[in-house]
Design a protein around this ligand. Structure first.
Ligand SMILES: NC(=O)c1ccc[n+]([C@@H]2O[C@H](COP(=O)([O-])OP(=O)(O)OC[C@H]3O[C@@H](n4cnc5c(N)ncnc54)[C@H](OP(=O)(O)O)[C@@H]3O)[C@@H](O)[C@H]2O)c1
Length: 240
């Protein structure tokens, strides 16, 4: 089976390449999703059974301040792949990695059937791209929430933002499991415990400092990113 992975150099892509060693994982130079001709040529020259689309601009502050490039990458880039699949007439499955941030984060534990309402530009582009993906009949939208299993990249972490977080390696395993089951439409790939970002950060960085949203200045953030699922099993964070 030919699997194309976009975003292979990213946090999740790096883990997916370990668990799917035979996937095709072009670099951004080899397959820039904003370059429509390059995307169409790629699908003309390669027969792809499954696309796992993780490539995106993901930093919330950068997205808010650079809306053109964010839209062109997250929305138009996704649309380019969708259109190339449709043109190829192969029955390619489109697996799109989306985020808990499509929800407003006011109450948490959102299920697949709940109504999205993004809080910031990044989340808006992810939601619009979800809608693009539904134009491929064989599609799967996986909403999740994870971090790389590395020391926390900031000196402090929020005690008042929550999620059913996983590490990227747990999400990669979950994506493989879901692919084996041939699920479709929207699936939430979630951890089995709702914890604060501070508790999450403490796993890899025991000396992390606590902070709250009152210490933060920037674009609106999704406060409670916890997800529930009515379609799939839950996963545990690998703590060691
Ligand atoms: N991290 C989270 O908390 C989280 C939670 C839920 C969902 N997600 C979603 O999961 C996916 C992966 O997230 P991540 O944290 O692994 O992302 P990441 O580490 O920021 O990696 C993003 C990837 O996208 C690639 N990329 C950016 N622009 C591109 C373009 N024009 N053409 C081709 N590739 C391009 C980057 O390539 P370069 O390295 O070459 O720039 C990189 O490989 C994203 O779609 C994100 O929205 C993330």
């Amino acid at each position: 089976m030919n699997i194309l992975l976009t975003g292979g150099s990213g946090n999740l892509g790096t883990e997916l390449k370990k668990i799917l060693p035979n996937c095709i994982a072009p670099t951004k130079q080899e397959l820039d999703i904003t370059n429509r001709n390059q995307v169409f040529d790629f699908f003309k020259n390669n027969s792809i059974d499954v696309v796992i689309h993780t490539a995106a601009i993901t930093k919330i502050r950068f997205c808010e301040e650079n809306q053109r490039i964010t839209w062109d990458t997250n929305v138009q880039g996704t649309r380019n792949i969708v259109d190339a699949i449709k043109k190829s007439e192969d029955n390619t499955k489109f697996v799109y990695i989306s985020t808990a941030c499509v929800f407003d984060g006011h109450r948490g534990m959102y299920k697949e059937s709940d109504v999205p309402y993004p809080e910031n530009f990044y989340a808006l582009t992810k939601l619009v791209a979800e809608s693009e993906v539904t134009k491929v009949s064989n599609h799967l939208i996986i909403r999740t929430n994870f971090v790389a299993k590395k020391p926390w990249p900031y000196p402090a972490a929020f005690t008042d933002r929550f999620g059913t977080y996983l590490f990227a390696e747990n999400v990669a395993k979950g994506i493989k499991d879901i692919l084996d089951e041939d699920l479709n439409e929207i699936v939430h790939l979630v951890g089995d415990k709702k914890i604060s970002m501070f508790e999450l950060a403490q796993i890899t960085s025991p000396d992390i400092k606590p902070m709250t949203i009152n210490d933060y200045q920037g674009p609106p953030l999704t406060m409670d990113m916890s997800l529930d699922t009515e379609k799939w099993k839950k996963y545990s964070l690998t703590r060691n």
